[in-house]
Design a protein around this ligand. Structure first.
Ligand code: ATP
Ligand code: MG
Length: 569
């Protein structure tokens, strides 16, 4: 028989003070409300309240997957290193991949994602186009030995992920499956109460060429994105936007003294020109050891992800290396640099004829420098991070900037893994062909954190009904007598209507109970006090709006049950 939960028995050790290690509201509140505890860096225990919310998020995911015909299953968390060697990712994944050896000395990995495992699973069993398409998924802990685990559940080392993999016979089929998953992901965000945007994304370690991330908008988010009124939105690391170049001063190549600090801002101010009219230089050593000088519009930054695509795992040049290649910090430029330096410029500057660049001498710049005449640009590449005001690649209007939390991502993989791992099927024309694949991940534990990040105030969490650990909290101001009886009755009636209820039965002062109720943030609070009960009433407080109203004891269960059920989505 269903019953209500007594606060006195709930394992939710709340904290009175803000934990010092928590920078983000979600991290702080999940700790304070007794929902999570840190076991070690990036390793968290989910206590009962968090677990209830996580299960609800998983239920939403399962329903949406079922609606598009994806099937749930489970593979092992620890998988053989050989399949990672086969796909080629053993060598490229880096230290985030937790590798271990078993007692026989064989290599294993703790799955950070499972493309290899699923391809290995199906490759000898899905044999014919007649069996396709198939989409299979699991909800399971993943492990990534993140360099900087932080922000609580946002960036853990062990975290819960739902990961799906699709196998199609044709590119069109894969695109349709991908669109279905994308649609389901949008609905998962919406049903969990997240305000999220689908943004064009980089494919990162996973690979493939078409990918979208769902970004929960939040100022505290780690991801930077740009969006346009026309609906275009992209991660700055993926956005290939229009940057309007601005010419520097002068037409003739001429050395000018610039006795100012070696920053673009100082240079622009000293010369009375815009930062964009200057050229910013970044000196790096590419993975293949080539020294590279990257030139960008002065008001834009080199995007690390774009740079990694172009140069592999690169390093920023040290001052000794700069000296070796004839470059001077703060006054770098292509003219006078060592011949071995490869000069690469952002593609937005291709038509610009007058560049203001460093002269490779402290206190000096060169104006009016023209590529092709005064120096050579070896390659034009998309290198700059998109930012506010850049032109939308779709409609040309200025873009807006925002920050977000990446809660999920979908990828069209094509044949990247199926080819590498020899996973083929017999097509209608009798030929063996590699599967057209897609993969789709939702950070379940990160979604929980994102919901809190978007839904809280200075007093605590404000749970959307759909993912709230409990839906109603009853706060009797007396733990005995008629007040307790009324609270108990309302709680039982609500439970009978299928509502999830906590009763704060502790012998605490009302202030303590109210504070905890706001901190834990269940959507509705029912306050039972002596005075109201004399009039046959209790007070209902809506946690989100703060509105309070008196409702007859006889009616309150029906009244609240209706409200709650309507918001369950
Ligand atoms: P990020 O860029 O934030 O490191 P990612 O792009 O590497 O994430 P994916 O490989 O796309 O992550 O994994 C799918 C989802 O798993 C992500 O959208 C995110 O919600 C979640 N996720 C990834 N890394 C972590 C982590 N360290 N902690 C919690 N959730 C994570
Ligand atoms: Mg991602």
């Amino acid at each position: 028989m269903k019953n209500y939960m007594k606060m006195s028995q709930l394992y939710a050790p709340t904290l009175k003070e803000d934990p010092s290690e928590a920078e983000l509201a979600s991290h702080r509140l999940l700790l304070r409300a007794g929902m999570i505890r840190k076991t070690a860096a990036g390793l968290y225990s989910y206590l009962p309240l968090a677990w209830r919310s996580l299960l609800k998020i998983e239920t939403v995911i399962r329903e949406e997957m079922e609606a598009i015909g994806a099937q749930e299953m489970q593979v092992p968390m620890v998988v053989p290193g050989e399949i990672w060697q086969e796909s080629g990712r053993w060598d490229v994944y880096g230290p985030e991949l937790l590798r271990l050896k078993d007692r026989h000395g064989r290599d294993f990995v703790v799955g950070p994602t499972h493309e290899e495992t699923f391809v290995d699973l199906v490759r000898n069993e899905l044999r014919s186009y007649k069996q396709l398409p198939v989409t299979i998924y699991q909800i399971q802990d993943k492990f990534r030995d993140e360099m900087r685990p932080r922000f609580g559940l946002m960036r853990g080392r062990e975290f819960i992920m739902k990961d799906a993999y699709s196998f199609d016979a044709t590119v069109e089929g894969m695109q349709k499956t991908y669109e279905d998953q994308k649609g389901a992901y949008a609905r998962v965000c919406e049903r969990c109460g997240l305000r999220a945007l689908p943004v064009v994304a980089d494919s990162g370690q996973i690979g493939g060429d078409t990918s979208v991330e769902f970004m929960a908008l939040a100022d505290a988010g780690e991801a930077e994105l740009v969006w346009c009124d026309c609906d275009y939105a992209a991660d700055v690391e993926a956005a290939c936007v229009g940057i309007a170049y601005e010419e520097g001063p002068g037409q003739e190549c001429e050395r000018i003294e610039t006795p100012c600090e070696g920053s673009i801002a100082a240079l622009a101010a000293y010369l009375g020109i815009s930062e964009r009219a200057c050229r910013k230089s970044f000196a790096i050593i590419a993975e293949d050891e080539t020294p590279v000088l990257c030139l960008l519009p002065g008001d834009h930054e080199l995007n690390e992800v774009k740079a990694e695509h172009a140069f592999g795992h690169y390093d920023v040049m040290t001052e000794e290396q700069m000296a070796e290649y004839g470059l001077v910090k703060g006054y770098m430029g292509p003219i006078g640099a060592d011949k071995r330096v490869r000069v690469v410029a952002d593609v937005s500057l291709k038509d610009s004829q007058s560049w203001l660049v460093g002269a490779n001498e402290e206190g000096w710049h060169i104006k009016g420098a023209r590529p092709g005449r005064d120096f050579t640009v070896d390659e034009w590449l998309d290198l700059a991070s998109a930012k506010e005001g850049d032109a939308c690649p779709r409609c040309g209007k200025p873009l807006h900037a925002a920050r977000g939390i990446e809660v999920s991502q979908v990828f069209q993989l094509g044949t990247k893994y199926s080819e590498a791992m020899g996973a083929t099927f017999m097509d209608e024309d009798g030929k063996e062909k590699p599967f057209q694949m897609g993969c789709y991940g939702i950070g379940v534990s990160r979604t929980l954190a994102a919901v809190v990040e978007q839904n809280h105030d200075e007093h605590g969490i404000i749970w959307p009904v759909c993912v709230a650990p409990y839906e109603v909290e009853i706060v009797p101001l007396d733990a005995k007598g008629e007040v307790w009886d009324a609270a108990d009755r309302v709680a039982r009636e609500l439970v009978a209507k299928g509502i999830e209820v906590v009763v704060d039965d502790r012998k605490e002062r009302p202030g303590v109970k109210f504070n905890d109720a706001d901190l834990m943030g269940f959507p509705y609070q029912v306050v039972c006090g002596k005075r109201g009960i004399k009039d046959g009433k209790v007070e209902v407080k809506d946690r989100a709006t703060g509105e309070r109203e008196d409702v007859a004891i006889d009616e309150v269960a029906t009244y609240l049950a209706e409200k709650v059920v309507a918001q369950r989505r």
